[in-house]
Design a protein around this ligand. Sequence first.
Ligand code: ADP
Ligand code: MG
Length: 222
Amino acid sequence: MSLLELDGVAKSFPGAEVLRGIDLRLELARSAALVGPSGSGKSTILHLIAGFLRPDRGEIRVAGVDVVKAGEDELAELRNARMGFVFQEHHLLPQLSALDNALLPTLVGAAQPEARDRAEHLLARVGLKERLRHRPGTLSGGERQRVALVRALVRKPALLLADEPTGALDGKSAAALAELLAELNAEEGVALLVVTHSLPLARRMQQRFELVDGSLKELVPA
Ligand code: ADP
Ligand code: MG
């Protein structure tokens, strides 16, 4: 069993046949980039994996859980316990410190006594040891996105889904985040599926998949 399994997944919106039956496998602790033209359906794939959308047909499993058949409670539990999310925008809460933002996912469900130590450790790991008490408004774009990355990792997810995580960053901050993603993939054993337009980021992932005309194919280096 792979961590992530998509079989024959199809999805249309009114007037747009976006996914025409795609297959995808991602193993535990592996990293993959998902590339393709704007509007090709990359975000749709992530939304389907997270169970925010249902496919028209096909199967999706995350850590053995059938995402298509799962009920809302089971999906919420799967997302909280197994998945982390990073978006192009950081979506941090402006009134909370970096540390409290990073701890937000740990407020759901059973108390997690080690959460604070882990959040502080991860924030230090991404270079924010001196920024724990800072609010998002006093951080740079790259720093904010690193807080968002820590928030996504704080519950030790098996799978991190990132949708153009460097899309709003300048070149230098984007390169730093790409490096952190690759390093944390290895250190934390978290599998990554990263949608990106950035060639340097895509190259840092172990596998690359391209979505074109509703079909997904793995790009194999020549
Ligand atoms: P990408 O992330 O690759 O840029 P998306 O997955 O966001 O592409 O969108 C793929 C296509 O599906 C686009 O044509 C978009 O307009 C359409 N689409 C996405 N979500 C919806 C929706 N909720 N309702 C209708 N059309 C949608
Ligand atoms: Mg998108």
